[in-house]
Write a protein that binds this ligand. Structure first.
Ligand code: NAP
Length: 245
């Protein structure tokens, strides 16, 4: 327990979208939330609202992860959320730098944060690792191999922990969202107008919908492990099938 006897939750990628909504929702649920991202000024605004702590974090930089973890004395919950996609090209035209970005952020980032916080989660006596993968970790689709590949790898890392940590007081939950309207598509396509078209004619999930689900998993009794939660808009059946009005 820290800051006013609240359990500490660490949320990566808390400057935007799902991470920001999750930080707010965990704050409302009684956690002291540590928010990490590169745009730390955004995290600071949210931290003020929920009496949390904002710290700079670049999950692709080992030194940044070390400094971030050193500044957090204890943790009960780690939400590996930082990540995203870059590009939407067929394999034939894929950009190697985009693939490296997706691997470094989603996969190696989750590895670094998990390694940095495992000792603290263990020491809490009742730890929990939540990793936000995607429905892209469950299937593949044309033009998406860089992202589906990175999300599969991130999911393998996460799911492997379930067995490796069996017998320890640490729960493991994978969250697999379908379409959520955040800055995700703008980052992926590099263009706000193109990004808006992704959600045209359908009702996507909101970041708050995903945050609610994360808080639900985190607030079950300690013996209840929600292994994997898949949530999609009603208008989306799979990575490739959507209903648009
Ligand atoms: P978003 O609004 O673009 O947020 C992405 C977050 O990741 C930002 O806070 C960003 O913060 C952070 N981030 C990116 N690179 C980082 C780095 N090197 N170090 C630290 N933080 C970094 O997108 P989102 O939809 O909320 O995405 C959150 C997670 O959900 C991602 O893992 C994404 O793959 C997953 N997801 C999204 C959807 C969707 O449809 N939106 C669906 C399934 C899964 P800074 O830029 O400030 O560092």
């Amino acid at each position: 327990m820290t800051a006013n006897d609240r359990p500490t939750a660490v949320v990566t990628g808390a400057s935007s979208g799902i991470g920001a909504a999750t930080a707010r929702a965990l704050g409302a649920a009684g956690f002291h939330v540590v928010l990490g991202a590169r745009r730390v000024e955004r995290c600071e605004e949210i931290a003020k609202e929920i009496d949390g702590t904002a710290l700079p974090l670049d999950v692709t930089d080992r030194e940044s992860v070390r400094a971030f973890a050193d500044a957090v004395p204890e943790a009960k919950l780690l939400v590996n959320n930082a990540g995203g996609a870059k590009g939407l090209e067929p394999v034939a035209d894929a950009d190697e730098d985009d693939w490296r970005w997706m691997w470094e952020t989603n996969v190696a980032g989750t590895l670094r944060l998990t390694q940095a916080f495992l000792p603290k989660l263990r020491a809490s006596g009742d730890g929990h690792i939540v990793t936000v993968t995607s429905i892209a970790a469950l299937d593949f689709y044309d033009n998406g191999a860089g992202y589906t590949g990175a999300k599969h790898a991130q999911a393998m890392l996460h799911r492997t922990l379930r067995g490796e940590l069996l017998g320890e007081p640490i729960r493991i939950t994978e969250i697999c969202p379908g379409m959520v309207e955040t800055e995700f598509s703008e980052v992926r396509l590099g263009d706000a107008e193109k990004a808006a078209k992704v959600y045209e004619g359908l009702t996507p999930l909101t970041a708050d919908d995903v945050a609610d689900t994360i808080v639900f998993a985190a607030t079950r009794p300690s013996h209840v492990n929600l292994d994997q939660i898949v949530l999609k808009p009603r208008d989306q059946a799979s990575g490739t099938r959507r209903h648009r009005r």
